[in-house]
Ligand binder design. Sequence first.
Ligand SMILES: [Zn+2]
Length: 463
Amino acid sequence: MEQKCIYCGKNHDLSESDIIPDALTNARIFNNNVCRIEHNNRFSDMFESKVIEALAFITNELDIKSSKGKNYASYDAVITIEGTDYNLKLHGDNEIFNRRVIKSSDNTQMISSYDKAVKIAKDESKVHPLDVNTIELEKKVKINNAIFFDTAMYRMLSKIAYEWYCSKNNISGYYNEFEDIVKFITTGTGANPVSIIQEMEIYKMIDAEVNLGSHVLLAFEKNNGEIDVIISLFGLLIYRVIVTKNKPNDCSNNFLYTELRTDSSRRELIHHSLDEVQQKFFDILAPKNFVSAGIVNGVSIMIPKKIEPIPNAELYPILFNLIKYFICADEDATGPNEKVNDIFLNQLKNITQASTLQKKSIKRFVNEIFYEGHEKIRLNPQSSNKKATILFYSVYLIGLSQEICLDDRILQKILKEGLECAADAEFIVDDEMENKLKNIMMSDKNYSDVLEKGAEKVKNWKN
Ligand SMILES: [Zn+2]
């Protein structure tokens, strides 16, 4: 079939459009039927870059960065040190003092390495030494939650839903049935097709099924032919996008699921309809798929016939339930309210406090803290940073371990054994746990050396 832009029908100068902006996912997905300038590049300036910039703190927490850039996106933070505020642009939360000069918000104080400070002040008596390992340090990050209810966000979500649905249906060219959503994406005017799911149980169901920080896309058809796409953005908020009230006949795949994880792996399902897939799924459980294995004490024993296993079978029952809810629910929010804000804060807390104990985040942490020529690590009992503490503790465990070379399996083993010693059943990093982990490390008089040893092993861990 001839390739044409799904927004304007143009058949030349087409490009590969990142359905979800590259800076917001480590697992890229594409639609190839989008013209290069008008409906790909321009969207970036029109709404995508605004969203990307506002979500920099989240993408940093999840170790997500654009495949094009070298650095993680920067975000604004206020660090309070000995009562003075310092405004900083941070890339990751571990590099506050990393070889730079920082100025206080009122421009009266400056922090840098001692040598540099003396050079700048030209007078050693004006320089006041600070021990970064013992000073009290408070970091505040302003999360611009307004972005989640901004037209730029709604346009981006509409674009994601539309391009994804079209790509799964091999749509080429523009169809009138998509007039409303195309108008909203391209101009930001007309009816907003996006609403917000405000049922906490739905968030819990999805959280239980997918990895932390994943994006989830789910498409289904309502009885009246309307196509909805549900988008869970990092698990922070779940949105519903009405792609069309009336689908074109060419769209035959209307039960779609894509899950994009932060480690770039994914799960995907593609079927014609909910009815078809329910039929398929329950057929497997039907009596005709069982054969008699004989009669024992008068009871006939039936065993399942050998059948092809369905990939991702565990997902289907959950999706059936979710779709049942989404088809009937008419209580979506159209903007922020108390309920939505509570959900958002709760989900944000989960993401920022959960330990992201995977290779990528540990490697990044070690590169930022244990850089060439860094000072010996001494933990600061006064400062609180749960993510850093759990990462320090992980490096400490790696340092203690007899294993010389790391791989994913060995890392998980080391962490599991080490964390089980610290926690009884569930591992929740609250203030108490943070202090406990710090105390375990600091009561070991060699802990600084153990950390170095652990960091060395992490650095030697080849990709
Ligand atoms: Zn176009």
